[in-house]
Design a protein around this ligand. Structure first.
Ligand SMILES: Cc1cc2nc3c(=O)[nH]c(=O)nc-3n(C[C@H](O)[C@H](O)[C@H](O)COP(=O)(O)OP(=O)(O)OC[C@H]3O[C@@H](n4cnc5c(N)ncnc54)[C@H](O)[C@@H]3O)c2cc1C
Length: 436
């Protein structure tokens, strides 16, 4: 392995990493118990959990490990899913929803524990999280506060407008819920931590090794990868919004783009503007999320927002997000943006991940751990654990996800429909902010 930045997008994280280890390309045929396709955090978490349980694992990543959403995201680690818990309750009933929420909390703790076990506390860049509202009507927030307590056995504190001023100075926000268990991380370094610790437990990870097809054999599966073949008893699909190899799963995913920028280090600009070192996000359907990293004069703002089903990156991405920042914090007008990048999130129609074996009769031993949408740092860790338990037959927690099966998203037409619905959601958000 040599240190190199090759192949990663020019994000703040990749630039700061100072070069990431390069893993081999698959060139020879292999036989293994489990072949995982996709080397984001979902694939890496599955590899880590399976290798720790004694499975022989081969992971194929088409680009670099952590190259996609997993290495480009906002870095927020918090409980819950891309789908809101009230919708989960409506679909699964309260008892299953409680178990799902608990599993999502477990995902947060797995990430924390992986970092602590590796003695890499430096990857945690701040603690606590604020979920902010941009409307004066706080009834939704208060309902969530009650639900967290009574249904999900989790504490959140209500932060009134007056108290919010202690943390951030913006007229855009009216109140918040504070989550003391949330934290934020350097995502690309966390991917590398996962890759490094997983290879130590014996898994074989391959980069620049795109799986082109998978074929069911009399016993097990065959995965074709640029002329080399992996024969495996089990296959795990973890390809998310970046293509994929198995049509029923790829077709059940809408790839949705979102954007992130990192400012230049301009520490003093944040004094009396943002005095909070945790995560901040608003509750709009396509809201903003931001955090400050670094100390003193080296502080930078990392700001993410906007969603679209278009694949291309807008030319004036940095300019666009700088405007979003100054709309919320006019004091930060003129903040210089150093990095701007985008990433694709894999969304299912129900906005919940696909975890388990969905066609055990037709496609025996074909597993899925994908579709985490915009809330994947905790849930990929949780998904990996549940897949590890399922293959080692130590739990049947995949049953929790049986209400969330793959559903075809309608191909290109589905994408247009999704885009129209996002625009509609943005319009509803703006109307809600304008109403008294
Ligand atoms: C900009 C952005 C900000 C976000 N912010 C947050 C946040 O703050 N907190 C949070 O919890 N979540 C956040 N998310 C969501 C989170 O990053 C994702 O849910 C999570 O990383 C998904 O992990 P994954 O492994 O499923 O997918 P990915 O990380 O997308 O990985 C999928 C991998 O599969 C590979 N692949 C695809 N096809 C093949 C093939 N045929 N052969 C081999 N490899 C293949 C791809 O190259 C890719 O590396 C954000 C996402 C984005 C894009």
């Amino acid at each position: 392995m040599n240190r190199s930045l090759n192949g990663h997008v020019d994000s703040f994280y990749a630039a700061q990493s100072g070069g990431l280890p390069v893993y081999d390309r698959l060139i020879d045929d292999r036989k293994t118990q489990v072949c995982i396709i996709g080397g984001g955090l979902a694939g890496l978490s599955c590899a880590s959990e399976l290798a720790a349980r004694g499975f022989d694992v081969v992971l194929l990543e088409g680009n670099r490990l952590g190259w996609a959403a997993s290495g480009r995201n906002g870095g927020f680690v918090s409980d819950g899913f891309a789908q809101g818990m009230s919708d989960v309750v409506a679909r699964t009933g309260i008892e299953t929803a409680k178990k799902l929420f608990k599993a999502s909390v477990e995902g947060v703790e797995i990430v924390r524990s992986n970092i602590q076990t590796a003695r890499r506390d430096d990857l945690i860049q701040g603690h606590g999280g604020l979920k902010l509202i941009r409307t004066a009507d706080d009834s939704g927030l208060r309902k969530q506060l009650g639900d967290y307590r009574s249904f999900f056995d989790t504490e959140r504190s209500y932060v009134s407008k007056n108290n919010l001023n202690r943390y951030i100075n913006s007229n855009a926000y009216h109140a918040a819920l504070y989550n003391e268990n949330a934290f934020h991380i350097d995502p690309i370094e966390y991917c590398e931590l996962m890759a490094h610790s997983t290879t130590k437990t014996g898994a074989a990870l391959f980069e620049n090794s795109k799986a082109h097809s998978i074929r069911k054999r009399r016993i097990g599966w065959e995965v074709e990868c640029d002329g080399a073949y992996v024969r495996a008893d089990h296959v795990v699909i973890a390809t998310s919004g970046y293509g994929g190899v198995f049509a029923p799963i790829t077709g059940s995913m809408v790839p949705v783009s979102t954007y992130v920028v990192a400012s230049k280090p301009q520490g003093s600009k944040f004094d009396n503007v943002i005095d909070f070192t945790g995560t901040m996000a608003d509750t709009r359907r396509a809201g903003d999320y931001f955090r400050v990293v670094g100390k003193g004069d080296d502080r930078r703002l990392i700001w993410g927002g906007r969603i679209t089903t278009r694949r291309s990156e807008p030319k004036k991405l940095a300019h666009m997000l700088a405007k979003d920042i100054s709309d919320v914090f006019p004091q930060l007008r003129g903040l210089e943006i150093e990095y701007a990048w985008s990433g694709l999130m894999g969304y299912t129609r129900h906005k919940m991940p696909l975890i388990g074996q969905f066609w055990p009769k037709t496609y025996k031993n074909l597993w899925t751990c994908t579709g985490f949408g915009g809330h994947g740092l905790n849930t990929t860790a949780m998904g990996g654990r549940i897949i590890g338990e399922a293959l080692s037959k130590t739990s049947n927690r995949t049953n929790l996800f049986q209400s969330y099966r793959p559903v075809w998203t309608g191909g290109p037409i589905g994408r247009v429909v999704a885009q129209l619905s996002y625009w509609n959601m943005q319009r509803l958000d703006s109307n809600a902010e304008l109403s008294p």
